[in-house]
Design a protein. Structure first.
Length: 235
């Protein structure tokens, strides 16, 4: 039952973020628990008669980093990545990473995320843009009125086991980042990679499995109570 609750909660969270830019869905990983040996009781010991499964156990949630579709916005500060890369942003907790390229300029002219975290350039500095027309090429080079002023840092995170999903659609990474492999699309945003229809079907299946498991536990509990009562009363 606990496994089904975790699976249901994971799917529900994915569905809640179906419209979140750059969101990556989670996949719950489970493994079968060890089989419990059963012996026939005949005095102090008895012959082995088989094994009984004790359900599954939750291992962890893993992130599916498959590419989401690109939606054109025509906003020059909206950026999407085609490929496995991430944007680097500065937070109070250190440098984090994101696929959400819905950026804007704060009061200082800094390029920041929707939560106000500065986007970093290839030298890990904040990106400050002056007034004018902003153009960003596929490598992340930024030009204002035709003059190059900075380049957005794009990195790959090769070892997915070390990528930790955080709040605000950010990721923390403890390994060594890799070089840029993808390209930037200006005026586009990457949609969530959650397929709402598929996840709804999974959610219904998970809820039905949970209900069936709950009923089975209730029936087993009732049977044990009846057995104890009958044994206790000699019926």
């Amino acid at each position: 039952m606990i496994a089904q609750m975790i699976r249901t909660n994971t799917i529900a969270d994915d569905l809640a973020n179906v419209d979140t830019t750059g969101f990556k869905k989670q996949v719950s990983i489970f493994r079968s628990s060890k089989l419990t040996p059963i012996y026939r009781v005949t005095g102090e010991s008895g012959p082995f008669i088989g094994s009984m499964a004790s359900g599954t156990r939750f291992v962890q949630n893993e992130t599916n980093f498959s590419q989401g579709s690109l939606q054109e916005t025509n906003n020059p500060l909206d950026l999407a990545i085609e490929g496995p890369d991430f944007f680097s942003v500065k937070t109070p907790g250190g440098d984090f990473y994101t696929r959400n390229g819905a950026f804007f300029l704060n009061s200082k002219g800094e390029l920041v995320t929707q939560n106000g975290y500065p986007v970093l350039d290839i030298h890990k500095h904040n990106i400050v843009l002056g007034p004018g027309t902003v153009q960003i090429d596929q490598n992340g080079t930024i030009a204002v009125n035709g003059t190059p002023v900075s380049q957005i840092q794009l990195v790959t995170l090769p070892q997915t086991q070390q990528i930790y999903k955080m709040s605000d659609n950010l990721y923390r990474y403890t390994g060594t980042t890799g070089k840029q492999q993808g390209t930037v699309r200006q005026g586009f945003l990457e949609s969530s990679n959650v397929n709402a229809i598929k996840e709804l079907v999974k959610l219904i299946q998970a809820e039905r499995t949970y209900d069936a498991s709950s009923k089975a536990v209730t029936e087993e509990d009732n049977a044990l109570k009846l057995a104890v009562t009958n044994v206790g009363t000699g019926q």
